[in-house]
Structures are given as structure tokens and as C-alpha cells.
Design a protein around this ligand. Structure first.
Ligand code: BV8
Length: 227
């Protein structure tokens, strides 16, 4: 893969205006659930049925016709279309498919994907648009990276970060590692670092440029400066 000139990290904030909840606005209680119960492997092993019900609910929500990409997703798809997929890489912490729906192609889902499931025994990943019935097949788990699990495609991500010209972080609070540390890697390799968010993230002082406001407004405007 040729190294992209622009690496974009997205978090739950880019999908907020599309109607999907962020993680930490509700002080750690995500969708009314304790993150430890639904976003850790231990939680899954404790009560797999409850965790499958949680992800079945999220899978339903994502496929609600009212949930669609917003102007920020479309602006990133236009950026890739104009500069070429080899020059724009989206690394998303999000498990929704709104970047794909908006037309982006060069995407890494480092925390997995809601519309996929994985066989715990052979690792096989398959698409899934409906409810998972744990009692039917106990080997099937959500294809989601839970806390304590290793994010996906980390080698490709670090490769891209060490050689990119721009690192743009959009809609993430900077709470979760290793994603929250990507800006330091980008800074060390001399990239221009930009934070586009509703409010300053935990890592705001690590970014050279910071623009605050709703993603649907500030992302299209910023993308225009790159095209
Ligand atoms: C790992 C799956 C080892 C569930 C998720 C120190 C170093 C390294 C690791 C750790 C460390 N300390 C602790 C750890 C472990 C842990 C961690 O980071 N814990 C935190 C809580 C302290 N990390 C892990 O366990 C990770 N694994 O470290 O393995 C390793 C490390 C390196 C290399 C190899 C191995 C695994 C983490 C993955 C966990 N799974 N999701 C699911 O999604 O269903 S994380 C979850 O949080 C989501 O993926 C989410 O995307 C992510 C980050 O949250 P945000 O996206 O930032 O969302 P948040 O609500 O926090 O913020 C939203 C932001 O949007 C806000 O700033 C808000 O202002 C803004 N916003 C809101 N509305 C708008 C907006 N912005 C613009 N416009 C708007 N309209």
C-alpha cells in the first residue's frame, strides 16, 4: 500500500449528528449500559446473551433509515475521491458503516465493525445484518475490539502515521488508547496535526491546528482547504 498523504482518525463525534450516541457524553454509561459489562471480553464471558442483545440493539439502530451519513462523512469521501484513495486513509474507532455509506473506500476499522461477526474458533469473519442468537451458535461473537483486546491493523496504521503529511483527528475525546496516542506518532514524524472536534479533547495541546464546532459544519469547510 502506498503511504497516504493524509491520515484521518475519526471517533464517535463524527457520527453524533447522524443520530448515533457517543460514548462519554453520558459519563461512561453508554446507551445506559456499563461499558465494563458490554465492551469487555470479561463482560461477554459473564453474560454473552446480554452482550449479544446490546449489539443486536446497536445493529438495529445503525440500520434505521433515519441514521445516515452527515456532511462530515461526505466531505471525507469527496476528499478521497479528489486526492485518490492512495493519499487519504481513514482510521476509524467507530464500528458503524457511515464512512462506507458516504462513499469512502480506504478505511481501517481499528475497533471492528458492528455489521460483522467473528467465529471464536476459526476466526472467520462474516457480514451480519440481523440479530445474533447465541443459543444457536455459541462460537459467534460480535466483530468488535473490546477494552483489553488488541485493535486491528495496527502495523498498517503505524506505517501510515510515520510517513503521512497530515494527521487529522475528528470527533474523538482522546480517552481511548492506542488511538489517543496517534497524534504523538504523527508529530514525531513531522506531520501537520489538526483537531476538528465539538470541544477540546484530552490531547488538544498536542495538535498544531484546532478547530471546534459540529463536525457537519467544520469538516466540510476544512476539507475545502485541502482540495
Ligand atoms: C489496547 C468497541 C493493547 C465497542 C471500543 C494506556 C495505553 C494503552 C492502553 C491503555 C492505556 N490505558 C488504558 C488502556 C486500555 C484501554 C483504554 O484506552 N482505556 C481507556 C478508557 C483509558 N485501551 C484498550 O483496551 C484498547 N486495547 O490497548 O490493547 C495494545 C495497545 C497498543 C497496541 C497493541 C495492543 C482497545 C480499545 C478499544 C475499545 N473498544 N469500542 C464499540 O464501539 O462498540 S472504544 C470506544 O471508545 C469506541 O470505539 C469509541 O470510538 C472509542 C473512543 O471514544 P470516542 O470515539 O472518542 O467517543 P467519546 O464519546 O469518548 O468522544 C466523542 C467526542 O466527539 C467528544 O470529544 C465530543 O466532544 C465529540 N463530539 C460530540 N458531538 C460532536 C463531536 N465532535 C464533532 N461534532 C459533533 N457533533
Amino acid at each position: 500500500m502506498t503511504i497516504p498523504k493524509i491520515v484521518i482518525l475519526t471517533g464517535a463525534g463524527i457520527s453524533a449528528e447522524s443520530g448515533l450516541s457517543t460514548f462519554r457524553a453520558q459519563n461512561g454509561l453508554w446507551e445506559g449500559y456499563n461499558v465494563d459489562d458490554v465492551a469487555t471480553y470479561a463482560g461477554y464471558k459473564r453474560d454473552p446473551i446480554a452482550v449479544h442483545q446490546f449489539y443486536n440493539m446497536l445493529r438495529h439502530k445503525l440500520q434505521d433509515p433515519k441514521v445516515c451519513p452527515n456532511a462530515a462523512h461526505y466531505a471525507l469521501a469527496e476528499l478521497e475521491q479528489k486526492l485518490g484513495s492512495d493519499n487519504v486513509l481513514i482510521v476509524t474507532q467507530n464500528v458503524d458503516n457511515l464512512h462506507e455509506q458516504a462513499g469512502s473506500k480506504n478505511i481501517i476499522h481499528m475497533h471492528g465493525e458492528l455489521l460483522k461477526v467473528r467465529n471464536e474458533q476459526n476466526g472467520q469473519i462474516t457480514e451480519c445484518f440481523s440479530d445474533v442468537d447465541y443459543n444457536q451458535n455459541k462460537l459467534i461473537r460480535p466483530h468488535i475490539v473490546w477494552f483489553g483486546e488488541i485493535p486491528l491493523q495496527m502495523d498498517e496504521i503505524y506505517d501510515a502515521l510515520t510517513q503521512t503529511e497530515y494527521f487529522i483527528s475528528i470527533g474523538t475525546s482522546g480517552n481511548v488508547y492506542p488511538a489517543a496516542g496517534f497524534v504523538q506518532v504523527a508529530n514525531q514524524s513531522g506531520a501537520k496535526t489538526v483537531e476538528l472536534n465539538l470541544e477540546p479533547s484530552l490531547g488538544e495541546n498536542l495538535f498544531q491546528t484546532k478547530i471546534y464546532g459540529p463536525a457537519s459544519k467544520i469538516v466540510p469547510k476544512f476539507v475545502q482547504t485541502l482540495i
